[in-house]
Write a protein that binds this ligand. Structure first.
Ligand code: GTP
Ligand code: MG
Length: 219
């Protein structure tokens, strides 16, 4: 039987080039947001990076933009505690916001602080009109966990299209990766808001990044 969900095929040369150009242009930090009323004006297409703490959201933004320390990454789960906006591209027609979100699930931070950013994260995911796609990052070694299910359910209810990305693909063998892909694809079929192609990435090796740049340029 043909699987409904697949790994994204390599985009065509033109789409790859559009993605390359977008990410080769200017990219800068706009602001860190701690409350919904602090969000920048919803004036351009926006994509966000969501996922459990430590899954590699900030690292992926750095790798995509080729800037080592644009977003702050670290080995401590709970590093990103604000909604960080990065602006991509000089041309208003193709400009995008890349949004680095705080993680969900376990974080090394005081409980009231974590609860505050979780509430903000959920409000943002459910209520941002220009959010055109949420990337939900899943560690290639671990697959979909209950906190991922919870966020995917929220995105379903809010009708925000989300696309699953596997991260840290450099950390596992090809056979284990194939098993995760199969399990994640099966898990996604339950979610009406899931985009039917996942992308396998590594911020270490650069795997999947040209594809992801093309996807961001194309939304
Ligand atoms: P929070 O902000 O705490 O939610 O975490 P995050 O999802 O932003 O993760 P972050 O990018 O800070 O990365 C967490 C750790 O994973 C860091 O030590 C990174 O160096 C490491 N890491 C991220 N991506 C990769 C990858 O593709 N391969 C490998 N080997 N390590 C990675
Ligand atoms: Mg982070």
């Amino acid at each position: 039987m043909k699987a409904v969900f697949t790994v994204a095929a390599e985009p065509d040369a033109e789409a790859l080039e559009r993605g390359r150009l977008l990410f080769a242009g200017p990219c800068g930090f706009v602001k860190g947001v701690v409350a919904m009323d602090g969000l920048p004006p919803a004036d351009r297409v926006e994509v966000c990076f969501a996922g459990r703490s430590n899954v590699g959201k900030s690292s992926l933004i750095n790798a995509l933009t080729g800037r080592k320390a644009l977003a702050r990454a670290s080995n401590t789960p709970g590093r990103t505690q604000e909604i960080n906006f990065f602006a991509l591209g000089p041309d208003p027609q193709t400009a995008r916001y890349l949004v680095d979100l705080p993680g969900y699930g376990f974080a090394e931070a005081p409980k009231p602080v974590v609860e505050k950013w979780q509430a903000l994260l959920r409000a943002y995911l459910a209520g941002r009109p220009t959010l055109r796609r949420a990337f939900v990052l899943i560690d290639a070694r671990h697959g979909i966990k209950p906190p991922d299910e919870d966020i995917m359910g929220l995105l379903d209810r809010s009708a925000v299209t989300f696309q699953a990305l596997l991260t840290k693909a450099d950390k596992i063998a090809a056979s284990a990766l194939a098993a995760t892909i199969e399990a994640v694809n099966a898990g996604l079929t339950k979610h009406p808001a899931a985009f039917p192609e996942i992308v396998v990435t590594s911020s270490e090796t650069g795997a999947g990044l040209p594809t992801l740049r093309a996807i961001v340029a194309g939304v």
